[in-house]
Design a protein around this ligand. Sequence first.
Ligand SMILES: *[C@@H]1O[C@H](CO)[C@@H](O)[C@H](O)[C@H]1NC(C)=O
Ligand SMILES: *[C@@H]1O[C@H](CO)[C@@H](O)[C@H](O)[C@H]1NC(C)=O
Ligand SMILES: *[C@@H]1O[C@H](CO)[C@@H](O)[C@H](O)[C@H]1NC(C)=O
Length: 499
Amino acid sequence: MATRVSICLFVLAFTFSILASSPVKISATEDEAKEFVLTLTHSNFSDIVSKHDFIVVEFYAPWCGHCKKLAPEYEKAASILSSHDPPVILAKVDANDEANKELASEFDIRGFPTLKIFRNGGKSIVDFKGPREADGIVEYLKKQSGPASAEIKSAEDASSLIVDNKIVIVGVFPKFSGEEFENFTAVAEKFRSDYDFVHTLDAKFLPRGESSVTGPLVRLFKPFDELFVDFQDFHVDALEKFVEESSVPIVTLFNKDPSNHPFVIKFFNGPNAKAMLFLDHNSELFDAFKSKYHEVAEQYKGKGINFLLGDLEASQGAFQYFGLKDDQVPLIVIQTNDGQKYLKPNLEPDHIAPWVKEYQDGKVLPYKKSEPIPEVNNEPVKVVVADTLQEIVFNSGKNVLLEFYAPWCGHCKKLAPILDEVAISFENDADVVIAKLDATANDIPNDTFDVKGYPTLYFKSASGNVAQYEGDRSKEDIIEFIQKNRDKAAQQEGSKDEL
Ligand SMILES: *[C@@H]1O[C@H](CO)[C@@H](O)[C@H](O)[C@H]1NC(C)=O
Ligand SMILES: *[C@@H]1O[C@H](CO)[C@@H](O)[C@H](O)[C@H]1NC(C)=O
Ligand SMILES: *[C@@H]1O[C@H](CO)[C@@H](O)[C@H](O)[C@H]1NC(C)=O
């Protein structure tokens, strides 16, 4: 779970920069006229959904900022789509309302807003993966409510539907019937929100590949690597696997070009270990790195590692997340799915292959993110970093209260003066240490500490018992807790050097 969270955070760090650039329009006037977005509750949800072939439902919470930003855009999209033929219905559910909570849990709603598309009277449900402003919502839903695969009847159709920077999957058929066509359509239906699907009777319209084929054949166009691949196995499973595998680049590029971002998100959501090489893409060494890295990626295809090449300028979120420094660049880091990280800083193109092999052979030690050890540490509340966690907390033989905080966290700021007072009250007690660790800048052992929010307080007694402090965050309660749970043994059993 903790790993999943950290990977999500990482994707967030990446996508944040992507989303930050999209403009947010907030309508100034409250529209008191007809509302186009339907309001659903637990009492009429199933009834309404079952009556529609296509209905979009937003699960929101009144306090959620992103929901408030979305509301006017969603309403505008609903009003435009109400005159679409056939009409596309947009609805919303207040998932925060006690009465609707069961409904929200039925659809596994974990964040707000979450939008889902219900097709076929609710028999098929998929996540809405489109944009969040009115025009984008309209475009996306027009496409989603139409057929899963569009027909190419001319070269013009082909050039407007087979776009250069997207993955487009084309079915070439001698006729639009039969099992192959049905299986293709089923796969298109399933993946329609992830990729574009089209079909044609004539391969001559297609921009690349052998044009005399009559099919049945699937030709997948992609903006990277070999640019198109043909496939002829029409078993549904085989076709699905082909689509998923062929649509991952050998090396995913991460830079400021938004057309790469869907692939970056796919990279982070994938099941494999993630190798990431970061360097300045304008550097004169870029081509040398790129070609060596490509060779390695090619060599490890299908062996459980995916590869990303990140531009320094676009990757600041990742640097912060991993605790990396600009003077370590070029560098490669591999993150495994259990949260371990492996790092090789100041990389040269010829280091890549041997280092990845060493990693694969289990010969590279995991890397731990740590702030530098502070030179002076004489405030009442001691500063702990990942590299001093053993020394100050586990091996000191003292009773330690440790706060995990984040620099931006308001509750932590409120707690700071209280912890100061607690520390001062123990100033003459050599057996008690009050300490803090910036959990955003230091890796912490996840098997000992379960830090899901900030601040999180842990207490480690002199003899090594670890417990989370869940009491009131008042000076009195914290002191009382320490007095009650501390061991007195440390001092008598010997000096700290021995422990
Ligand atoms: C569903 O029920 C709620 C509460 O009873 C009501 O406010 C809402 O208008 C109903 N929605 C529709 C589409 O009938
Ligand atoms: C279509 O898919 C089904 C399910 O995978 C499979 O049994 C069938 O053989 C496929 N048809 C063709 C022509 O490949
Ligand atoms: C903690 O991380 C290790 C490896 O880093 C992983 O194997 C383990 O499953 C994680 N434990 C929890 C509770 O997330």
